[in-house]
Design a protein around this ligand. Structure first.
Ligand code: ADP
Length: 193
């Protein structure tokens, strides 16, 4: 009998940075930072955001409140990123970024999504971090189609890493098998072009 064994991890390198594509829960990652798909308010929400605040505890929200008071009184603009400690999470830091709400694709969504990834990576580098884990930003409540979002995510990260060698590892943590499959398909495609 032929048994098909699914291998749920994909790995490749850009320079000396390892990129991992895995299925899992972002709140369980032990990278230096995990990225939160936050909203402009930084005051928590559903999906990844809710899970991170629930598991990380109230100190994260406290820090977000201070960031709002000190710099972003009207909310964090879409595409930007800020950093807090990780509270009770295994990750030492949480990078909060805001992806775009999908509105059909002609409202600057690809560039805003790319900015969310780029600014998160820049912040990690400027803080001296070496490992970072991303969820699939904007593809839940914000309805960005996964095929399009995964392409932007992977392309942006690969481009960033071509000009930066401080990071040891970037992990894409997908919550579902279909999302994992899409990311793996796009990664394979990008590697052969
Ligand atoms: P957005 O508002 O940016 O769309 P969501 O949190 O609604 O953010 O969803 C983003 C993606 O994160 C979705 O693909 C969703 O399935 C996934 N997701 C939800 N919870 C988790 C989690 N705990 N770990 C990793 N990914 C998650």
């Amino acid at each position: 009998m032929y048994i098909h064994r699914r291998v749920d991890i994909m790995e490749f390198y850009v320079g000396k940075t390892r990129i991992l594509i895995i299925r899992g829960d972002i709140t369980e990652q032990n990278t230096d930072a995990i990225v939160n798909a936050a909203n402009n308010s930084l005051m928590g929400g559903g999906g990844v955001d809710g899970a991170i605040h629930r598991k990380g505890g109230p100190t994260i929200l406290e820090e977000c409140r201070k960031i709002r008071e000190n710099k972003w009184q009207n909310g964090l603009p879409t595409g930007n990123a800020v950093i807090t400690k990780g509270g009770n999470l295994e990750a030492r830091y949480v990078i909060h970024t805001v992806g775009p709400v999908w509105g059909g694709g002609d409202l600057g969504e690809p560039e805003l999504l790319a900015s969310a990834y780029r600014n998160s990576l820049s912040l990690a580098v400027s803080q001296g971090l070496r490992t970072i884990a991303f969820p699939s930003i904007s593809t839940g409540a914000y309805s960005y189609p996964i095929e399009k979002a995964s392409r932007v995510a992977l392309k942006t990260v690969v481009e960033f890493l071509k000009g930066e060698d401080q990071l040891d590892e970037v992990v894409f943590v997908l919550f579902s098998s279909p999302a994992l499959d899409r990311y793996r398909d796009i990664a394979r495609e990008l590697m052969t072009t």
